[in-house]
Design a protein. Structure first.
Lengths: 207, 237
């Protein structure tokens, strides 16, 4: 599905801020590629992602690698483009035969592909949101909630966390960890979420 | 999902975590609005209730189980015979070559972001796009909901089920794509009580470029500067 697409708030002014890597085996090949998925998980973890699949459910890096043999998908979030370049180069060198999708600014994807001597194969582009958009929450709140493509982060939870930050009961980083938990795919960028929470907390409380 | 009234201490910690606002307090007593709840299980999975008062029934009956199928990513999709809310779409296109040059893939995700959707909203969209001559993607979970694939009509018993989102996926010839997009956008703006996110899939040329983004801008759309790109890694052997 389209779950790492449609993330709002990324800007060419902040290149490299967020790069989500998704690795997937075509379902007909899943039985044959268990060891390759374990190797893929090991490489992803080597580059110390900001978040990864299963992490919000308490899965550790050590637990993910052996489990990877039985899953069809791995996801991880990175916030350093140079790390992703090295990661992609390493995956390429292993010739694992597993599909890799990068979700990021298209210009970042171009830079990474160029560095790794790869060529973009297929694009998925968001045209935007249509219909009763007047019912949607604040754009900055949406920059957090749209990070979970399954829509599991509540706008009310974001507002609740912001209130607790204002009262000094949570730091923005602690708030980001709380808001990352509903997203079981582990694709919430905790670093960006913390920065957005700081900005929301500094705003005048209009609620 | 429901609240065990005997265990609930009315601390209200659970209320904000619900993505659709279905956990509510009436006279300080907490309950889950059965109609509004999409069975995403976020409240249960987070373990937010210190008393363990948030509970799920042993077996969610059909058609309500469709709510979980289209809202809870941890729920296996037996009810639709497909895992997940959508398909592999372009994520494995370097293996299966489903989206070829000269074609554009569409994904219309109803209810995303934030608002959720009734399957009657989906019914409107599947009927509309079917009338425009499109063929839905194989393995799209939405197909299992259809009463008649020739009209796009959904089974009547599913229409009042509410979900976080449901995705209609199909591909059309590239020369039809933008006209079809205009018509779909007009329809969504006029007919739906919720929102829909539209995305488009395009196979790159040999240099890794696509014309789609520029064509969308020329047409007056404002595509996101970010998106998903399959980088052809499965072809490296």
């Amino acid at each position: 599905m389209t779950h790492t697409l449609n993330r709002t708030g990324l800007s060419e002014k902040r290149k490299g801020e967020e790069i989500v890597i998704l690795c997937m085996i075509h379902y007909k090949l899943k039985e044959q590629k268990g060891n390759e998925m374990k190797e893929m998980a090991r490489i992803l973890m080597k580059y110390q992602p900001n978040n990864f699949i299963g992490s919000p459910l308490g899965l550790t890096e050590e637990q993910l690698i052996p489990m990877a043999a039985g899953v069809g998908v791995l996801t991880a979030v990175f916030t350093e483009k140079n790390d992703v370049v090295e990661l992609i180069k390493e995956i390429k060198s292993k010739k694992l035969g597993i599909s890799v999708v990068i979700s990021a600014l298209f210009s970042d994807v171009r830079d990474i592909c160029k560095e790794a001597s790869l060529t973009e194969h297929t694009y998925n582009c968001s045209v935007g949101v249509f219909g009763k958009t007047e019912k949607l929450p604040d754009e900055l709140v949406m920059e957090i909630t749209t990070q979970c493509g399954h829509g599991l982060i509540s706008q009310h939870y974001v507002n609740d966390v912001v209130k607790r930050i204002r009262k000094g009961k949570l730091t923005p980083e602690e708030g980001a960890d709380l808001l990352a938990k509903p997203c079981v795919c582990g694709i919430v960028n905790r670093k960006r979420t913390g920065e957005i929470l700081s900005e929301l907390a500094e705003r005048e409380d209009t609620h | 999902m429901y609240i065990d009234k005997e265990l609930c201490k009315s601390c209200h910690k659970c209320i904000p975590v619900c993505p659709v606002g279905a956990i509510q307090a009436v006279d300080k007593e907490v309950h889950i609005d059965y109609e509004m709840c999409v069975e995403c299980a976020v409240c249960l999975r987070l373990g937010i209730c210190p008393e363990g008062a948030i509970k799920q029934v042993d077996e969610i009956p059909y058609p309500r189980i469709l709510r979980a199928a289209f809202s809870d990513p941890m729920h296996r999709h037996e009810s639709t015979e497909v895992l997940g809310r959508g398909t592999e779409e372009m994520k494995t296109n370097d293996v299966k070559n489903e989206f070829r040059r000269g074609e554009i893939g569409f994904s219309i995700e109803l209810g995303r972001p934030v608002l959720g959707a009734y399957l009657r909203d989906l019914d409107k969209v599947t009927r509309k796009v079917t009338s425009m001559g499109v063929t839905f993607a194989e393995y799209n979970p939405v197909l299992a909901l259809m009463k008649d694939r020739k009209t796009g009509e959904l089974k009547p018993e599913v229409l009042n089920e509410r979900v976080l989102s449901a995705i209609a996926e199909f591909a059309v010839p590239e020369d039809r794509a933008l006209d079809l997009l205009d018509e779909i956008v007009d329809f969504i703006e006029d007919e739906l009580e919720t929102v829909a996110t539209i995305s488009m899939i395009s196979r790159a040329d040999d240099q890794g470029n696509i014309e789609l983004l520029e064509k969308l801008r020329e047409r007056g759309y404002n595509p996101y500067p970010n998106g998903k790109v399959n980088i052809g890694m499965a072809l490296i052997t």
